[in-house]
Design a protein around this ligand. Structure first.
Ligand code: 4EH
Length: 233
């Protein structure tokens, strides 16, 4: 089985490269893809660069060029749900692009014709994540992740995201990756650890907790691989 592990920022992928230092690398479309032999399987790692366009390209490359059969996104997010504190984990129950707006034509916010407001991850991958959480004795929220091409750093924008999309966390890549995987029929999940609360202090919190939160997410994904891959040997 060939599994894609995707992040957006270099800091989100560095923890994996430290865990698996024996890789070969290949450049496609401005990204470096790191190929790792993992037991009888193969991992393909990359960070896309920030935003929905970059992450859509990287996910597409991983699937169409590298033949990845499942995709796990690992990274950090801004917390919207007050239950989410810095370092906590969330796995997407569904994802939306909050910055899509063709409401002028009577469509709901976030809706694109022939698509849908929300895209749903693979239930098997999400179930494995919940098993890992139970085993580690940690709480894993399953909630709505809203993606858009902005770093959210205000309580007004937070309120808007909660009101319009019932969002629990915000980031800049999950929904685009979800769209690509959905359309190409590749099972995926989007896991994020909270780096900030997307409020007026988000920038300071982000700088302080990026590394820690990225590590938390990567450690969790590693445990997921251990549960997932024996099923495919
Ligand atoms: O990849 C982008 C990074 C922020 S932009 C989305 N990532 C981090 C998740 C995230 C996020 N997204 C939107 C964490 N907190 C978020 C928030 N709003 N509040 C960036 C650019 N340069 C340096 C650092 N970050």
């Amino acid at each position: 089985m060939r599994i894609a592990i995707l992040g957006a920022m270099r800091e989100e992928i560095t923890p994996f490269l430290k865990k698996f230092p024996n890789y070969t690398q290949e450049e496609v479309g401005g990204n470096t893809f790191y190929k790792i032999a993992y037991r009888e399987h193969e991992l393909v790692l990359a960070y896309s660069k920030i935003g929905k366009v970059h992450s859509a390209l990287s996910a597409s490359s991983m699937i169409l060029k590298f033949g990845c059969e499942k995709l796990i996104f690992s990274g950090v997010a801004g917390g919207l749900n007050p239950k989410l504190k810095v370092g906590d984990l969330i796995i997407a129950s569904k994802l939306c692009q909050y910055d899509v707006d063709i409401t002028a034509f009577g469509h709901p916010l976030g809706f694109i014709p022939e698509s849908s407001v929300y895209i749903y991850p693979d239930s098997q991958l999400n179930a494995i994540a919940q098993e890992v959480a139970q085993q580690k004795g940690i709480a894993l929220m399953e909630g709505v992740i809203a993606s858009g091409d902005s770093f959210v750093a205000s309580s007004e924008k937070k309120k808007w995201l909660i009101k319009n999309f019932q969002a629990d966390a915000v980031e800049m890549e999950g929904a685009s990756v979800a769209n690509v995987c959905h359309l190409l029929k590749v099972p995926f999940c989007i896991l994020r650890s909270i780096s900030d609360s997307a409020d007026g202090e988000a920038d300071v919190s982000f700088d302080e907790f990026l590394e820690h939160a990225a590590q938390t997410s990567a450690d969790f994904v590693e445990a997921m691989l251990e549960k997932l891959l024996p099923q495919f040997t």
